[in-house]
Design a protein around this ligand. Structure first.
Ligand code: UTP
Length: 310
């Protein structure tokens, strides 16, 4: 069986939930403390052994390319100041992986973004990591998904149990048990179902290992929900066995730490967690945070505005 060596990271979405910040900056460049989200995603791919990375970009290509490129002037300035530590940080991003770029043209949906990778990927299986969905480095989800692909072939999605009330924000999976407690066979996927129509509370999250059979299926997939070409719809076709060579679709059930940085509230929580964990910032930051929360809790403390509540 062909090994997986390539990672595809779609970063061409409009990021409307983060406007106006994302008017000129891709949301994947927003920092978690001092490191952009996209760097964490590329680091995860590399840890799983995938250092050939293709980004599907849009009109916001420039900042992403610059981040992973050599920065001569900046490096020279840091060298002149003998600032070895920051120089290493700047160079780390450049050395991390072999990063390629392809433009999506118009953001016609995640399925369309993945289809843009077909020429680079060719006839090999590949991983997809959504550019705003972070998985904690202590929970190696992608590595487990690659093991499942090696064992069963076909495609593998990442599934996370969510509250029934939240399933309408995700793709939901109909599943059958397998011999492994963290692996299910996926028999169908539905994009953003109403809670009463959802086949389960297992939500599709932003990691995929896909068989190249997905490409002709995507090319034939009509726009679905929201007028976008949905990756979920194409994987559902593979799962239904309606094509010959797509192989089965399995799901790895993930119960680890995930940070959906495309959501503003979750983005804020992620920054607080990461700041608290940092040896250089954590102790002072946590002390301040405790004081801040105590102040908020006091009667007559700063009132929480209606806007914050919403
Ligand atoms: P999202 O639906 O979360 O991204 O897509 P979005 O549309 O940019 O966000 P909002 O809802 O307007 O705030 C998940 C991932 O897929 C990429 C996004 O960049 C993001 O990383 N994506 C989405 C594409 O690359 N192309 C698309 O057409 C749509």
């Amino acid at each position: 069986m062909i090994a997986v060596t390539k990672a595809v990271i779609p970063v061409a979405g409009l990021g409307t939930r983060f406007l106006p910040a994302t008017k000129a900056t891709p949301k994947e460049m927003l920092p978690i403390v001092d490191t952009p989200v996209i760097q964490y995603i590329v680091e995860e791919a590399v840890r799983a052994g995938l250092d050939d990375v293709l980004m599907i970009t849009g009109r916001n290509k420039r900042a992403l390319e610059d981040h992973f490129d050599v920065a001569d002037q900046l490096e020279a300035a840091l060298r002149a100041k003998d600032d070895e530590e920051r120089l290493r940080l700047v160079q780390d991003a450049t050395r991390l992986a072999d990063v390629h770029y392809v433009r999506q043209g118009q953001p016609k949906g995640l399925g369309h973004a993945v289809l843009c990778a077909s020429r680079h990927v060719g006839r090999e299986p590949f991983a997809v990591l959504l550019g705003d969905d972070m998985i904690d480095r202590r929970d190696p989800l992608l590595t487990r998904m690659l093991e499942v692909r090696a064992q069963h072939g076909g495609s593998v999605v990442a599934l996370m149990p969510v509250d029934a009330a939240h399933i309408s924000m995700y793709g939901a999976a109909a599943t059958e048990l397998t011999g492994d407690s963290d692996v299910v066979r996926v028999t169908a996927l539905v994009e953003k179902p109403a809670a009463r129509d959802a086949p389960s509370n297992l939500a599709v999250i932003g990691r995929y290992v896909l068989d190249p059979a997905i490409f002709p299926v995507l090319a034939a997939t009509p726009p679905g929900r929201g007028g976008e070409i949905q990756l979920t719809d194409a994987i559902n076709t593979l799962a239904g066995g309606r094509i010959d060579d797509g192989g089965p679709v399995h799901g790895v059930v993930f119960t680890g730490r995930r940070y959906d940085t495309g959501d503003r509230a979750e983005y804020l929580r992620t920054i607080v967690r990461f700041a608290a964990d940092r040896p250089d910032l954590g102790p002072d930051f946590l002390a301040w945070l405790r004081e801040f929360v105590a102040e908020q809790d006091q009667p007559g403390g700063r009132p929480v505005s209606a806007e914050v509540r919403a």
